[in-house]
Design a protein around this ligand. Structure first.
Ligand code: UDP
Length: 354
């Protein structure tokens, strides 16, 4: 039996882990062990996702918590090395682009344990984003690269990584499609907030360059006052801290709520009129659900969603910002960018690799 260690630490990684973990555990050839680094420890970003997505409790929780980039990554490297030396897995799996991804891959590579990077090959080409450094470094030290899109495959080929690359599709498709029927049946959002389907926009902001500067965050929120629709804003703890610390006023049409669990969130996405975000995962979900997506970033790693006309990149400092938010209505048919039945394909590929 092959022992596989799945390394996770942040909200989007729990969502990516859920369908793959289920598949691996259904396969007698594998024994999966989940390691939670503790990068996200707030229960609204962590525990809730394990419950809702029925992910088995992690066998290890390293409890690393918040710290500077180097301190957090360094502490993870030390703790993960210990786990790897004890467990001696046949494979380590890392997901996405957080410090847990980089530390998980680097500690494994140094311990001579094969590493698989899920969501490999994404590039924003903006090296001021910590995520860009994490994903590029993780790709280059991993042995197997599961790419979600054709563009990701091309990026990896350009960087000389073709031999290690497998086009598998995007695991978040499975998470979304597996959970959407239950979400629509069980969630009481948005009605419990007095909002009606198709009558609100959904907003999320948590990238450091949008939220760490209170002047910039305040300006984005003030500009959105000009949107006539109600805007529902589940606020990430990072953003909530800046709003509270700097006493940023939010306009009356923006409704702030705590971050919600996955089932409630995908229900809110599905019932929204449009989505305004700086999240990576939410751009994909908007596309899959057929919602116009307005991305508050200068670039995106999910370029196909823009090329296909369902996502626009906006700059709040641009005088046309509000016209873009209100006037954006995609016309094109959506294609199949992200694949389907992805966990199954990944599991089959892993069986061949080990
Ligand atoms: N999400 C959620 N509740 C929220 C906001 C987001 O469940 O209140 C989910 C969302 O459906 C998506 C993921 O979190 O699957 C995106 O995570 P995040 O924006 O934190 O990270 P990114 O994708 O930008 O790395």
């Amino acid at each position: 039996m092959k022992k596989i260690l799945s390394i996770v630490g942040a909200r989007p990684q729990f969502i990516k882990l859920a369908p793959l973990s289920r598949k691996l555990r259904e396969t007698p050839a594998f024994r999966e062990i989940i390691v939670h680094t503790g990068q996200h420890y707030d229960s609204s970003l962590s525990e809730l996702f394990f419950q809702q997505l029925k992910i088995p409790q992690p066998e290890y929780n390293l409890g690393i918590g918040s710290a500077s980039q180097a301190q957090q990554t360094g502490k993870m490297l030390i703790a993960l090395e210990e786990v790897y030396l004890k467990e001696k897995p046949h494979l380590v799996i890392v997901f996405g682009d957080t410090n847990s991804t980089l530390a998980g891959a680097l500690a494994a590579a140094k311990a001579d344990i094969p590493v698989l990077h899920i969501e490999a090959g994404l590039r924003s080409y903006n090296r001021s984003m910590p995520e860009e450094i994490n994903r590029a470094a993780a790709d280059h030290i991993s042995d197997f690269l599961f790419a979600p899109t054709r563009t990701a495959v091309e990026n990896l080929e350009t960087e000389g990584l073709k031999k290690r690359t497998y086009l598998t599709g995007d695991i978040m498709v499975d998470s979304l499609l597996d959970n959407l029927p239950t979400a629509l049946e069980k969630s009481s959002f948005p009605e419990k907030l007095g909002l009606e389907e198709d009558d609100y926009m959904l907003l999320t902001l948590h990238r450091p360059y949008n939220v760490d500067d209170p002047v910039k965050l305040g300006a984005i929120l003030r500009l959105l006052a000009a949107v006539e629709t109600q805007i529902l804003f589940p606020v990430h703890p990072r953003t909530r801290n800046v709003i509270a610390r700097h006493k940023i006023d939010t306009p009356g049409n923006i409704r702030l709520i705590d971050p919600v669990g996955y089932l409630d969130f995908i229900c809110l996405e599905k019932k929204s009129r449009k989505i305004i975000t700086d999240s990576g995962g939410i751009q994909k979900e908007a596309y899959i659900l057929g919602k116009p997506c307005i991305t508050v970033r200068p670039e995106t790693e999910w370029v196909e969603t823009v090329q296909e006309g369902w996502n626009i990149l906006v700059n709040p400092e641009d005088p046309g910002f509000i016209e873009k938010v209100t006037g954006f209505w995609p016309q094109a048919q959506r294609g199949d960018i992200f694949g389907s039945n992805v966990a199954h394909r990944m599991e089959q590929e892993i069986e061949k690799l080990l």
